[in-house]
Design a protein around this ligand. Structure first.
Ligand code: HEM
Length: 311
């Protein structure tokens, strides 16, 4: 009997097609290299190695949410991703895996599977609105979350002009052991910009890939890593609900991506970004989606590694 996480990856394969050697989601992407320099405030919040102020090297990957490696960049129903691996002074690493939507659409792995199955296109290639409607009827939190998610799926002008969010709460632990829960986001220095309808219609299938290559050739791409602090009563486990905007919000530092990294995975290797890959000074919350993700990623990683090893 397949585990829930195998069923989730199988359901993704049914939705996007199975593409051996590729990620089951976020199949199309581009790797970059750069560094991260923490702000003075970051060390007050966490004793983690990359938050002490000295620059650390990073590996990053921009991606489209679809599991189709050939999916057009201007898809109006896709999220965009930014995964960042911080290389720590002690030789270890820690990841933030973020996406361009303001909240997530379900609360559990079981609901993720059910919603993925409900969205599977019918024989005509179209969504079965009756099935989707039935799921939404039983899950008002998803119907509510989609109100803010759908507009955020409009294709951006650039991977460098999107705010990417970590969505789950993480605990930051300071030098004295005090813990505060935060939600991360990467805010683009270049500002946010989405394409107009005409621009979307005219966009080349790989315009995001081409644009980021061109942009990086002209100079570094920067994002500010910010942390929104949880207030009293804010859920630490429900990623479908945004925290109120008036919560304290701290700049943790600057992510500077300086060049493309054409070597990563070029030799058949497999790079893994895992949202639960934290380090001393950071703790995962009990958000069920966070642990479901990590387990589903392991299934996808095992399968793509095996396919790549088989050549
Ligand atoms: C239960 C919910 C989720 C499931 C089942 C899921 C599933 C997956 C899978 C199977 C992969 C491919 C992993 C690999 O082969 O390396 C993936 C990649 C990714 N996911 Fe999720 N995901 C979920 C939620 C999220 C959330 C909440 C975010 C962001 C906050 C997110 C952002 C990403 C990104 C950016 C990647 C690409 C990472 C890379 O570039 O290597 N996902 N997801």
């Amino acid at each position: 009997m397949a585990t829930l996480y195998e069923q989730i990856v199988d359901a993704m394969g049914e939705m996007f097609g199975v593409h051996p050697g590729y990620r089951a989601a976020h199949a199309k992407g581009v790797f970059c290299r750069g560094n991260f320099t923490a702000s003075a405030e970051a060390a007050d919040l966490s004793r983690a190695g990359h938050l002490q102020g000295d620059p650390v090297e990073v590996s990053a990957r921009f991606s489209n949410g679809s599991g189709k490696p050939e999916a057009p960049d201007a898809d109006r129903r896709d999220g965009r991703g930014l995964a960042v691996k911080f290389h720590l002074p002690d030789g270890g690493d820690t990841d933030i895996v973020s996406i361009s939507i303001p909240v997530f659409f379900v609360r559990t792995g079981e609901d993720f599977l059910a919603f993925t199955e409900a969205r599977r296109p019918g024989p005509d290639g179209e969504l079965d609105m009756e099935r989707v409607g039935a799921f939404l009827g039983e899950h008002p939190e998803t119907a509510e979350a989609l109100q803010s998610i759908l507009p955020a799926l409009t294709p951006p002008a650039s991977y460098a002009q999107v705010t990417y969010r970590g969505l789950h709460a993480f605990g930051l632990i300071d030098a004295s052991g005090e813990r505060r829960f935060v939600r991360y986001r990467f805010v683009p220095e270049a500002g946010e910009r989405m394409l107009s309808d005409d621009e979307i219609d005219a966009a080349d299938s790989d315009y995001l890939q081409a644009e980021i290559k061109q942009r990086l050739a002209a100079g570094p791409v920067r994002f500010e890593l910010r942390a929104q602090l949880a207030g009293d009563g804010d859920s630490l486990t429900d990623p479908t609900v945004a925290w109120p905007q008036d919560r304290p919000d701290v700049a943790l530092g600057t992510l500077e991506l300086s060049e493309l990294d054409a070597e990563s995975e070029a030799d058949g290797g497999v790079v893994v970004f895992d949202p639960m890959n934290v380090t001393d000074g950071i703790e995962c919350s009990d958000d069920e989606i966070l642990s479901a993700r990590s387990r589903a990623y392991s299934v996808s990683i095992e399968r793509r590694a095996a396919a790549r090893a088989a050549g």
